[in-house]
Write a protein that binds this ligand. Structure first.
Ligand code: ADP
Ligand code: MG
Length: 717
């Protein structure tokens, strides 16, 4: 008799499935599994291989097997000292018989009563009574199927899916839900056949079925590629649509005054590198347009991004428009204020600084109210600030350009707020230049930024020497201190970074708002104080050792930084405050305590604080020996290009961890595909084609629905 199950659509809430009870519904929801679609897109993380169905007479020790047979006897035995129940069954097929043994599942004696046909899957072991199956997974077989391959087995035969571990939801339960659905669900493929054919992809139907119950691991790869392609394509479509929307917005076109720029560049105390010139040119070209620039500029630490941004700001100011520089920390804001003021001294432009604790205009300290007034009148050309500048009460009269420095340090919301900043009463949006020293690998750049043009500064200024990086073993610590003393005697300065003390993931891309708890902060302060005491008191009593940490007043921090910059202290013990952007050319030594507690990107950032001058610089990594960090530290020691390190970091941690999956919500398959440049390129080409033929995706309503789904997880650029 053939039973026709009614078909199920993807949008059916899981609660409506007969096999889902109240208790499990809540757990499924916690996993984000709300609909049949979400359930089917909850993909296995691996497979248990039970493809071998063997006769019971041919069992061999240590093999993973599937057997089919009939239960002949089954009995429970209590082992008292250990309060355990052992259930032993004899199972027989036409070739012979074998034992199966389970622990603490006494109910099996009833549910697998003698006479039951079972399929068992597990490992064969040997004890003094012979071979047996140890705690096999079991399922009953319908009586007609004995002896034949059983295609409808869910848990014990073939490649059996294992789903990502989660509390309260076992793989067995998910298989129990998913397997029967695979025969009932309606899957409309949103990809046109031509696209499938061109890209050698399997249908959605095949992909979903095979990813859960593959006949071979090759099938899994095909299925995952297809599912990943879906998301990559949608990401690309979304990027293209966003770009189109951006191009429909209005911005202030800022004319490119070549004479002005040439004059400025020749007034600089150094010659720009070719990459800097190209980047500046790209930006100046972009801001000439009447729609907003949205350009990331990536350049390794010390590659000289600031001056490139200043060139754009100068051009804007010359045309009568204002620029905001947004930076993540107060220390950095002040430093930028200082640098930019110096660079622009000859131009007579007016530069303001706005942070929570210090407000300046040109070389005077003024009140926040006064500066806000000047900003509103449009008389300040450039404002440098922390997120204090994006507060609602700061209104710009003629804002045309926003520069975000160390972009990765800002939260998504902060960036969104900035993008909304407009000149008061204006309908136009500012041009946006976002700078980062943490380059994202090319594959990610293509997916995340899609069609966006990125300015790259790969070349370092000529006067730089490669930094020598060493991992220092605990036994070499004294020698390292002697080395530091020697260098300091020669006039160099040193940073000592204290280990991070937080229960935070090791991840360079943490927005500042989420950096650790108050307790963590205090623990860091304590660590800095102790390290300072040790270095100043015992190790280097003859040298000038200063310290800097997050609990100091802003003015105090500034004074300490200024003294260090002026060479009035030799060694600066600090928390990760100095991580971003701080520029002290004479500092040629970077010592990182507890280096294993930092992520690769962050370590590279620290190291970038030295090697900013012609002096040979050194970075010494003290590690407390966490072995998992070894690969990271070695990568750092071997490589001094941020671009290469980003690629290595992604390989070491996997794209998911690298990017912080939890924040982005990108599914695992897509994450894995973010390392697949070829697939990304094909998705990109298809996205272009589809949109060219059908800009509103009118012909692809299914694709439009899908697009809404990715909108939700792709807010991370
Ligand atoms: P980053 O890209 O890390 O933000 P900065 O903009 O802080 O780097 O520049 C680092 C240092 O290099 C600064 O002291 C800056 O004045 C200097 N600098 C920038 N461009 C050049 C160049 N072309 N030649 C020499 N020094 C440069
Ligand atoms: Mg910088």
């Amino acid at each position: 008799m053939v039973v026709r199950n009614p078909t199920v659509s993807l949008d059916v809430p899981v609660g409506q499935l007969r096999s889902v009870g109240q208790r499990y519904l809540a757990r499924l929801h916690r996993l984000g599994i709300t609909t049949v679609r979400r359930l089917l897109w909850h993909l296995p993380s691996r497979y248990e291989d039970f493809t071998q169905t063997v006769p019971l007479s041919l069992l061999k020790p240590r093999e993973r097997v599937n057997v089919h047979g009939q239960v002949v006897t089954i009995a429970n035995r209590r082992i008292f000292p250990r309060r355990m129940t052992v259930t032993t069954a004899m199972v027989q097929d036409s070739s012979g018989s074998a034992r199966a043994v389970w622990f603490n599942q006494p109910y099996l004696a009833e549910s697998l009563a003698p006479g039951t046909m079972v399929s068992l899957a597990g490992v064969v072991k040997l004890d003094k009574r012979g071979l047996y199956l140890s705690s096999p997974t079991y399922e009953k077989i319908g009586s007609g199927m004995f002896g034949r391959p059983a295609p409808s087995l869910t848990h014990t035969s073939g490649l059996v899916p294992i789903y990502p571990e989660t509390e309260g939801i076992s793989s067995k339960y998910l298989r129990f839900l998913i397997k029967p659905l695979l025969d009932r669900v309606m899957l409309h493929d949103h990809l046109p056949v031509a696209v499938l054919r061109r890209n050698n992809l399997i249908s959605l139907n095949a992909a979903i079925r095979r990813v859960h119950y593959p006949a071979s691991l090759d099938q899994v790869a095909d299925a995952r590629e297809r599912l990943a392609f879906d998301d990559l394509l949608l990401l690309q479509i979304r990027a293209l649509i966003q770009r189109r929307r951006m191009n429909q917005l209005r911005s202030i076109p800022i004319p490119f005054d070549q004479k002005l720029i040439k004059g400025f560049i020749s007034s600089l105390p150094f010659e720009l590198t070719k990459d800097q010139k190209v980047a500046a040119w790209e930006i100046l070209k972009d801001i000439q347009k009447p729609y907003p620039m949205n350009r990331p500029m990536q350049g390794d630490v010390g590659s000289g991004k600031t001056v490139v941004a200043v060139i754009a700001a100068l051009q804007a100011a010359q045309a009568g428009w204002q620029t905001v520089f947004l930076v993540p920390t107060e220390v950095l804001a002040r430093q930028h204020f200082h640098t930019i003021n110096t660079l622009l001294r000859s131009t007579g432009l007016s530069v303001g600084l706005m942070t929570r604790s210090m407000v300046c205009l040109d070389d005077r300290v003024i009140s926040k109210r006064t500066l806000k007034g000047q900003i509103a009148k449009g008389t300040v050309n450039i404002v440098i600030g922390t997120h204090a500048v994006i507060q609602k009460d700061v209104a710009f009269m003629r804002l045309a350009l926003v520069v975000i420095d160390e972009q990765h340090r800002f939260g998504v919301q902060q960036r969104a707020a900035l993008a909304r900043q407009k000149a008061s009463g204006s309908v136009s949006v500012p041009h946006l230049l976002s700078m980062t020293a943490t380059p994202i690998p090319r594959t990610l750049a293509l997916t995340v930024f899609g069609d966006l043009d990125i300015s790259l500064i790969r070349e370092k200024p000529k006067n730089r020497q490669a930094i020598i990086t060493k991992i220092v073993s605990p036994s070499a610590r004294q020698a390292a201190y002697r080395f530091v003393r020697e260098r300091v005697r020669q006039g160099r300065q040193a940073f000592v970074i204290c280990p991070r003390i937080q229960s935070q993931p090791v991840n360079g891309a943490m927005p500042p708002g989420r950096r650790g708890t108050m307790a963590g902060l205090w623990a860091e302060v304590k660590a800095v104080k102790e390290e300072h005491e040790k270095l100043a008191g015992q190790i280097f009593p003859d040298l000038r050792v200063a310290m800097l940490h997050g609990q100091m007043k802003a003015r105090e921090k500034e004074r300490i930084m200024q003294e260090f910059r002026d060479g009035r202290s030799d060694i600066l013990v600090a928390t990760s405050v100095v991580e971003v952007g701080v520029d002290v050319p004479n500092a040629a030594l970077m010592i990182i305590e507890g280096a294993d507690r930092f992520g690769l990107a962050q370590l590279h950032q620290f190291r970038g604080r030295v090697g900013r001058d012609a002096h040979q610089s050194y970075c010494l990594l003290f590690s407390s020996g966490d072995r998992s960090a070894n690969a990271r530290l070695r990568a750092l020691a071997e490589c001094d290009s941020g671009f290469e390190l980003a690629e290595k970091d992604m390989k070491l941690r996997g794209p998911g961890e690298f990017f912080g999956v939890k924040q982005s919500g990108i599914p695992d398959v897509t994450m894995a595909a973010l390392a697949n440049l070829d697939l990304i390129k094909r998705a990109r080409a298809e996205a272009r084609l589809l949109l060219r033929e059908d800009p509103g995706l009118e012909r692809y309503p299914l694709m439009r629905d899908e697009l809404e789904r990715v909108q939700r997880f792709s807010h991370f650029e």
